[in-house]
Design a protein. Structure first.
Length: 402
């Protein structure tokens, strides 16, 4: 199990990698975390809300100006080094697309047009659904801004004030890097979470208005990766999106002003008598959005245990039965963990059809459930799951500037 200390990746490692690759010390270092979503699943593309936290694992980016007009990137996690000319940067279907795209996106914020040398080191697992990609984009943009001496303003209200740049602008630029440069159609949650999360807080993000605010959340979160093959995720996901669009189209024949599926009321759903399975899909989206709202209210009121747990468990049931995006392994984890002392609740997190579950509760209880959970999972499924115990961590930050 990986604890809060990560795997020994940090400023020293990324500086050493930079020095090894380029023969000098980096001018700046920035870092940004991965994220996990507490509640609000399949709500983002339906105009609803999500509630991610930053996890303990982070991506570290060291950067300096290039001296010969060529941009370069090396990664501790990838053998192949990238090289490209910034002026005609385009996706090369390689890992450094995320770096090249982030540098292009950073230009609009004052990140400069020159060539850069970049080193990357990370303990965010890649492709596990914990958003290593957003952490890489966000850390790269922050480093690029630090390299040009662009001041950062943490207060979103200051946007448009002076030359200072906000973390919200960094998040939006990182999202452009992934959606426009790399070419991955994704919502805004990952980049907003990586850029804007705060220690001890979750980020309540409304995906339709992009309003974001920190909500106190002081529980431990155990992430359990089922390591199930996820070959069918993309097609199943596209089917769900089409079903949500179809449900919205029917609802709009009755209420043309309805802006998004997540905004429909339970009464409107009942009145519309949607055909199956659209009725169940819509019921999940509407009830899940309500659960995010209730969860946030409970956190703001200082609630910790039982009610939050009930909402998490209800979210899982809704994803399993109405949205039909769970898997036998995910259901097994939830059943194995709920109703234990010190554990509030559990649910699948991310798109589903495999991937990760989260278990929320007292850190000590989570720590002690891991050995038994891992052994029992291995007996049942023939492989040990990966687990990470975390608590809400800080978002992106500049670690060293020129
Ligand atoms: P996730 O964001 O859920 O981890 P993605 O498929 O969106 O999964 O992003 C993973 C990709 O991001 C990797 O395949 C790689 O191209 C890039 N990436 C992320 N972190 C690193 C890193 N530390 N070094 C190199 N590439 C990375
Ligand atoms: Mg990603």
């Amino acid at each position: 199990m990986t604890g809060d200390a990560g795997e020994g990746v940090g400023r020293a490692q990324v500086e050493a990698l930079f020095t090894l690759a380029y023969g000098r010390r980096p001018a700046v270092v920035a870092s940004a975390p991965g994220r996990v979503n507490l509640i609000g699943e399949h709500t983002d593309y339906n105009g609803g809300a999500v509630l991610p936290i930053a996890i303990a694992q982070r991506t570290w980016v060291a950067m300096g100006h290039s001296r010969d007009g060529e941009s370069r990137a090396v990664s501790r996690e990838r053998g192949e080094a990238g090289a490209w000319r910034h002026a005609d940067a385009r996706a090369a279907h390689a890992w450094w697309d995320y770096v090249a795209g982030a540098l292009v996106a950073a230009e609009a914020l004052g990140g400069g047009r020159g060539a850069r040398e970049v080193a990357v080191a990370s303990d965010v697992p890649m492709g596990a659904g914990l958003s290593s990609s957003a952490s890489l984009e966000v850390a790269t943009i922050l480093a690029a801004l630090a390299l040009e001496g662009v001041p950062m303003d943490a207060a979103p209200a200051a946007a448009g004030g002076g030359a200072a740049c906000t973390l919200r602008e960094v998040a939006l630029a990182a999202h452009r890097a992934e959606s426009e440069f790399v070419g991955v159609a994704c919502g805004i949650m990952d980049q907003f979470a990586s850029a804007l999360c705060r220690e001890g807080h979750a980020l309540h993000l409304r995906c339709d208005t992009q309003e974001a605010r920190a909500v106190p959340f002081a529980r431990g979160v155990l992430i359990v990766d089922t390591l199930a093959p996820r070959a069918l995720v993309a097609s199943a996901f596209n089917t769900r999106r089409a079903e949500c669009d179809a449900a919205l189209a029917i609802l709009r024949t009755r209420d043309p002003g309805l802006r998004a599926l997540a905004r429909a009321t339970p009464q409107a759903l009942a009145d519309a008598r949607l055909p199956p399975p659209l009725d169940r899909r819509a019921r999940h989206v509407v009830s899940e959005n309500q659960r995010v709202h209730d969860f946030v209210q409970e956190c703001a009121a200082g609630g910790m245990g039982e009610r939050l747990g009930r909402l998490l468990n209800a979210s899982h049931r809704s994803l399993r039965d109405d949205y039909e995006c769970s898997s036998p392994e995910l259901d097994w984890i939830v059943e194995h963990c709920v109703a234990r002392v010190g554990i509030a609740g559990a649910r699948l997190t991310g798109a589903g059809w495999g991937g990760c579950a989260i278990v929320v509760g007292e850190e000590e209880a989570l720590r002690s459930v891991v050995p038994d959970l891992s052994h029992a999972f291995e007996r049942a499924w023939g492989r040990a799951p990966r687990t990470w115990l975390t608590r809400p961590n800080a978002g992106a930050r500049i670690e060293a500037s020129a």
